[in-house]
Design a protein around this ligand. Structure first.
Ligand code: KG4
Ligand code: ZN
Length: 337
């Protein structure tokens, strides 16, 4: 089955073609970062309007890139939630309409299921069951994954998601938007011995996270420093190390609790080099395999939506002609296949 995948849940327009036999045939991404940077964050209405302008040309581009005609497409997958409602509705309405016009089924994909399954696009994909650490701008969760749609949430963030904490901290340090990758780059030149920040909620049992206090701690430390460029790098490093260490401690607990030996890391923050290195090392110590998507599939992309949609369409699931987008959508409510 050849599936067209569409991602428009936030500030990236992603389009991809995934074929059950031939794999990923093409993918492209347009990032709205430059447009939102001026406002210091995503402006939902601007995001929706930009998706409207970019989506159809990107679909044509991916078809041309892959040398595929519309007639060959067997189904359309679009992100149906969670995300910004206006942005979601662009992908949902275009995706559902194209499927109707082409006479093929359509499926609304859960954005976090897309992230969770993204490592399956790599050469050495994980097999079920595994523990997944999903770390994006909107969500931080540990999930026990028995199969597609068989998800048990083991723990999640009680306040800011990890990516959100990166972005807000970066903003406080004057690093602009989107702050996560910029802060991560700055942290590389920071002295790891300069400060040691708390590892929130690791002193008590459980798998939930809380990063909002750490953000405030970072701001206070920065304000009380001499505020040189090196101080800034040192504070960024201490913040990143605290987030990475906290995530690693909880991943270790989740592996021990479930007795599983496979860990999947996905979502925007899984592109973080420090996190990847730390978790790979931890996996080695525990005798567990650790899997990540390639960096471009850690952050939002169309490939993960095409892939997740392919699995569900192949299993016979599809939407009716009426469609909805679901800005808040608990992962555990998905049907198993
Ligand atoms: O998965 P994603 O692209 O979008 C959502 O579903 O939210 O994740 C975006 C988040 C942002 O908060 C961004 O700052 C963060 O991932 N991020 C990073 C890195 N690259 C992206 N955070 C830390 N280090 C990075 N290298
Ligand atoms: Zn995402």
């Amino acid at each position: 089955m050849l599936i067209l995948g569409i991602e428009t849940s936030c500030d990236e327009t992603g389009v991809a073609l995934y074929d059950g036999e031939r794999g990923l045939l093409g993918h492209t991404l347009y990032s709205q970062v430059a447009m939102h940077a001026e406002y210091g964050g995503v402006v939902p209405e601007l995001a929706s309007r930009d998706h409207v302008q970019k989506l159809l040309p990107l679909i044509s581009e991916v078809l041309a890139q892959a040398g595929v005609t519309r007639a060959e497409i067997d189904g359309v997958a679009y992100t149906a939630g969670p995300g910004l409602i206006g942005a979601l509705l662009v992908g949902a309405s275009v995706g559902r309409s194209l499927a109707w016009a082409w006479g093929v089924p359509a499926i609304g994909v859960h954005h976090m299921e897309g992230h969770l399954l993204a490592p399956m696009l790599e050469e050495n994909p994980p097999v079920f069951p595994f523990v997944a650490l999903l770390v994006s701008g909107g969500h931080t969760m540990l999930v026990k994954v028995e199969g597609v749609g068989r998800y048990e949430i083991l723990g999640e963030s009680l306040d800011d998601a990890a990516g959100e904490a990166f972005d807000k901290t970066a903003k406080m340090l004057g690093l602009g938007y989107p702050g996560g990758p910029v802060l991560a780059r700055l942290a590389e030149s920071g002295d790891p011995e300069a400060y040691r920040f708390p590892r929130p909620m690791t002193d008590r049992p459980g798998l939930d996270f809380s990063f909002s206090g750490l953000k405030t701690f970072t701001l206070t430390t920065w304000q009380q420093s001499t505020q040189t460029e090196q101080d800034k790098a040192n504070v960024a490093r201490a913040f990143q190390d605290a987030v990475v260490d906290t995530l690693a401690i909880k991943c270790k607990r989740a592996l021990e609790k479930t007795g599983l030996k496979r860990l999947v890391i996905a979502g925007g923050v899984s592109a973080n080099k420090g996190l990847r290195e730390r978790l790979s090392k931890m996996g080695g110590e525990l005798g567990a395999e650790v899997y990540y998507p390639r960096p471009e599939f850690c952050t939002d992309n169309g490939a993960m939506i095409a892939y997740a949609g392919h699995l569900r369409l192949q299993a016979g699931q599809h939407e009716e002609l009426a469609f909805t987008a679901t800005p808040r959508w608990p992962l555990e409510t998905l049907p198993a296949i």
